[in-house]
Structure formats: C-alpha cells, structure tokens
Design a protein around this ligand. Structure first.
Ligand SMILES: [Zn+2]
Length: 431
C-alpha cells in the first residue's frame, strides 16, 4: 500500500565556494509525495537470469529503507512519483522571458547552453541506459503575462503561490502548441537576465514528485526543473561546465536528494553532481547509479554477513563489471565502496582509488545523507580546479591503505590494483 503525504516545503541554502566570492545557492526544494517503497517493485534495469535473481535476493539487506516522512531519500528503490531514469526519457524544454526581463538573443541559444551536453552527460553516466531526449516544440521565447517581479520568485520560494502562478501561466502560453502528456519531465529555462546573478543567489530549483502540481493535458507537471541565471564564475570554463546545473536539477526529478548541506560541499565534495554542480565535470556516486537503475543487481556486492570478504571492483567510469560494494550497518544505513578514476564524466579526478562513503536513508535532502571518508585528512586535496571542494579531492584510498569505523568494527582495506585491468581488490572485514 502506498501513502501520499503532503509535505511542507524545504528551504535549503547552499554556500558555494568560489574562490574569494562568497555565494549562496539554493536548490532541491521538493514538494515530494513521500511514498513507501513498494514490495516487489522492479529493482534493476537489466535482464534477470536465475543466477542474478539469486544474487539480487541477497541484496535485500543493502536496500536501505527510509523511515516515513523523509522526502527525498537515499533508500533503494526510489519511491514512486518521480520520473523514470532508464530508457528513453523525453524532456520538454521551454524558454521563458518576461516584460521586465526580455530574452536576450535567440531562445535556442539559451537552450544550447545546456544541450546537447546534458543528454551526453546522462548517456555517459548511465552507460547508455538513460536516453535523454530534449525537445523544443516552441523554439522562441515564451513571454509570461506578468513581469518577473510580480511572481515573487526568490531564493527558497515555496511552490505556493508564485511558482503555481508561473507554472499556470507557462501552461496557458504553451498548451495550444504543446502536448504536455507526451513528456516525462519539464525544464523551464528562464532568460538569464531575470533575477539576480548566480554569483549572488542561485534560484535554480526543482519541484519533484509533486502530485498536486498544476495540470496540463491531464497530467500534473509533477517533475519540473527551473534554471535561472548562469553559473558562470568568470574562470572561463562556462562553455564546458555551465550546463551542469541542469543534470543536477534533473537528478531531483529522478528522486535524488541534495548532498551539499548548509555548510556547503564538504560532505561529499566533487564526487557527485548532487553535491557540487559548479566547476569541473565529475560523475555520480555508484550508490546513485544503482538507485537510478544504471547498475544491475549483479554489479553490487552486498557484504551483510560478519567476517572477511574480498571483492574486486572495476572503475565506475567504465561500463561493465562489479562496481559497488555495500556494507549495511543498520536497516537505514551503511558504507559504500567504489573505484573512481579519471574517465567518462569523471574528468576532474586527480587521485584515483577506492572511495568509501557513509549512506543514510533516514537523513533528508540537504541534511547530509552521504558523507565521504577522507583517506588524507587536512591535506588540502590534490586539485586546484576552481569550484571544486579541494579537501576531499584526494579522498580515495590507495593500495595498502585502510578505512576503519571503530564503532561498528568495520575495516575496508585496499589490497591491490591490477594495472592491466584497472580493477581494485578490496578486503571488507566486519565483526
Ligand atoms: Zn539540488
């Protein structure tokens, strides 16, 4: 049985380190209909052989579950109401402007700030499983009937009433030409001159899993991302990395929580786009890839039993092979282990190795549901790329190094790396 709850809106503020420029950002507001995972729900995207099914059954202790009331949870599987994250996903892209912020140049140039990079980012990260199709049935600016200032959109604005009015106006303007029911998600790409610079305030936001959203063509616009301004820090990398705000916002549409906290990106650093979407390109955590159905159950090693177990993991950036080990410690939490190397979307990895992180399904979006363990604390990190939380950039463990959680008696040791295949051999000992 599923239960839908109307949740109060979250307000999350995010300080983003931008060199000397202090920046506040906000994102990840979710009016989620919190739902319990359904027993027997499909849990992997790949073909299931009897062997894999048996292995999959052994994964149950690793599917940590959220308690009731967590809006956007790290639990597996993701609750219902979000956009499907495998197969062909059609996004409706609407470029919106206002009388007090008229679109500067062609609307399709705004679109081109995000595409085709966003499609490619998802194709790479999902190993080809998410075929993201961005469509623009209305290639011109969609002029809103009221000036931008009239909607009262600010950092932390709740869905009601400003966003509800904005969505209703967008629907009214586009409906004659757009069949909203044909799309899986909506991106509202606002003219960048509406509202403050992203250096001052990031307004970009996603309302996801929202069953009470305004309707169009019989479907609620339940999963909608709004992108404002430009995440351009002036370092000259905007053309390569400015699109990353959109895969971040769409991550919420697929049910992923924010990993940054009120203190910034110090919990996860640059190891997931839900932690830091400014700056150099990097991929997503293996945990998120499993959650999104981009890893099959037979690519997960669930170390639920006490004792010693050796696992071999291949680099996350490469398709195929075992990718993620998980050590459940409670029904809601555990440690994840994966191999991060430079490749694919992981362009900014400066110290390859074995990344260890704590995952909690009982901690909500923006509150720190994931924490990366730093193999080299207070080192200052190995990257000098702008907008990357440097300290955690050298977090991975190298051969001969171990992570220990004294409280649980868990020890994760990197035994060796196969230079030819890139695979790492890892020992997991737990009491
Ligand atoms: Zn977010």
């Amino acid at each position: 049985m599923q239960q839908s709850l109307r949740q109060p809106l979250r307000r999350i503020r995010r300080p983003v380190a931008l060199g000397a420029v202090a920046t506040l950002a906000i994102a990840g507001l979710a009016t989620a209909s919190a739902t319990l995972p359904e027993a027997g729900q499909a849990r992997g995207a790949g073909p299931v052989s009897s062997l894999e099914a048996a292995e999959g059954h052994g994964l149950d202790p690793c599917r940590i579950e959220p308690p009731l009331g967590v809006q956007l949870s790290e639990g597996v599987p993701t609750g219902s109401g979000y956009t499907r994250s495998t197969g062909t996903v059609r996004s409706l892209n609407l470029m919106v402007d206002f009388s007090d912020a008229p679109g500067d140049g062609a609307a399709m140039k705004r679109f081109a700030e995000f595409f085709p990079q966003t499609e490619k980012w998802f194709r790479t990260s999902s190993y080809g499983r998410l075929r993201y199709r961005a469509e623009t049935p209305m290639p011109d600016w969609l002029r809103m009937p009221a000036p931008f200032s009239a909607y009262g959109i600010e950092r932390g604005s709740p869905y009601e009433p400003g966003y509800r009015q904005l969505v209703q106006d967008i629907v009214a303007a586009a409906d004659p030409k757009v069949d909203f029911s044909a799309y899986d998600l909506v991106n509202v790409l606002v003219t960048p001159n509406a509202g403050p610079s992203a250096l001052d305030t990031v307004l970009s936001v996603t309302f996801s899993g929202n069953g009470e959203a305004p309707q169009a063509d019989g479907t609620p616009l339940a999963n909608t991302s709004f992108v404002y301004s430009r995440q351009d820090d002036g370092s000259g990398s905007y053309h390569e990395t400015g699109f990353r705000v959109l895969p971040h916002e769409n991550g919420h549409v697929f049910g992923l929580p924010d990993l940054y906290t009120a203190e910034g990106g110090g919990a996860v650093g640059h190891w997931d786009i839900m932690s830091e979407d400014w700056g150099a390109n990097n991929d997503m955590l293996g945990w998120h890839k499993w959650k999104l159905g981009w890893l099959d159950d037979d690519q997960i090693r669930c170390a639920a039993a006490p004792g010693v177990r050796d696992v071999t993991l291949t680099p996350l950036a490469r398709k195929g092979g075992a990718k993620l080990a998980f050590v459940p410690l409670t029904p809601e939490s555990g440690y994840a282990v994966e191999v991060r190397t430079r490749g694919g979307n992981d362009e900014a990895v400066c110290e390859p190795g074995v990344l260890v992180y704590h995952v909690r399904a009982d901690v909500d979006t923006g509150q720190g549901p994931i924490t990366v363990a730093d193999s080299d604390e207070d080192s200052g990190g190995c990257t000098r790329r702008p907008n990357v939380h440097a300290e955690l950039s050298d977090a991975p463990f190298r051969p001969g190094e171990s992570f220990t959680d004294h409280e649980s008696g868990l020890r994760i040791t990197v035994l060796s790396q196969n230079r030819r295949t890139g695979a790492y051999r890892i020992r997991i000992s737990r009491s």
